[in-house]
Design a binder for this molecule. Structure first.
Ligand code: AP5
Ligand code: MG
Length: 213
């Protein structure tokens, strides 16, 4: 099963993708997490990506596409995967489509987690992220057991550099300009499903599992 998560920054793509990955035993692949891990490890890719991410801009397709295609070619992706944060532009979607077509394969579902901009800005300020294992918390909705510490790996939680309010607004603008057109792209392919992302995260997940049945 090959699934794409669509939705604005902070819509809950990562939260839902993790639950899907666990329930269906497929890898959760987040290009944002891959970039953040590279930033943390001080790699060349990380340094390049950071210049864009901190401004709320997209990392250029040339850098992003190769990483993603290498990742989905790995053995653990044979039975499927859930992509979170990729594709984010029409050219990225076209490259993925072409790569899959060459393998006689296709995306099964593109799930749009729909949340209006007003809700997003409120959510982001409360998010705390673990840069070590990619776990995400929210100071009100999903607090860690011990304040500021990741339940999973014990590392310190941080407010992501790009979750500052002025950057969140930029990310939303970039989303509407460059990523939202993917909704029509996948609708035209007949694989688009939309879920209401404003309800409790458990209820969002229930709606998704109904679709994937
Ligand atoms: P990325 O890491 O993908 O960030 P994003 O798309 O901006 O999305 P977020 O991770 O911020 O939000 P999310 O939808 O995963 O929400 P979450 O589940 O955490 O990308 C970061 C940057 O990397 C980009 O800006 C770009 O520069 C670069 N990049 C990445 N991929 C790229 C690509 N393909 N091409 C080019 N550049 C790329 O939830 C948010 C918060 O809300 C959490 O605190 C969560 O606990 C809470 N929450 C979740 N669901 C609910 C709910 N139902 N109710 C209440 N709270 C909820
Ligand atoms: Mg995410």
């Amino acid at each position: 099963m090959k699934i794409i998560m669509l939705g604005a920054p902070g819509a809950g793509k990562g939260t839902q993708a993790k639950m899907i990955a666990e329930k269906y035993g497929i890898p959760h692949i987040s290009t944002g997490d891959i970039f953040r891990a590279n930033i943390k490890n001080g790699t060349q890719l990380g340094m390049e990506a950071k210049q864009y991410m901190d401004k709320g801009l997209l990392v250029p397709d040339e850098l992003t596409v190769k990483i993603l295609l290498d990742r989905v070619a790995q053995d653990d992706c044979k039975k499927g995967y859930v992509l979170d944060g990729f594709p984010r532009t029409i050219p990225q979607a076209e490259v993925l489509d072409k790569a899959l077509t060459e393998l006689g394969d296709k995306i099964d579902y593109a799930i749009d987690v729909d949340v209006p901009d007003e809700n997003i800005v409120r959510r982001m300020g409360g998010r705390r992220a673990c840069l070590s294992c990619g776990a995400t918390y929210h100071i009100e909705h999903v607090p860690p057991k011990k304040e500021g510490i990741c339940d999973t790996c014990g590392q310190e939680l941080v407010l992501r550099d790009d979750d500052k309010p002025e950057t969140v607004q930029n990310r939303l603008n970039v989303y509407h300009e460059q990523t939202q057109p993917l909704i029509e792209f996948y609708q035209a392919k007949g694989v688009l499903k939309t879920v209401d992302g404003t309800v409790d995260m458990k209820d969002v997940f229930t709606a998704i599992t109904e679709i994937l049945k």
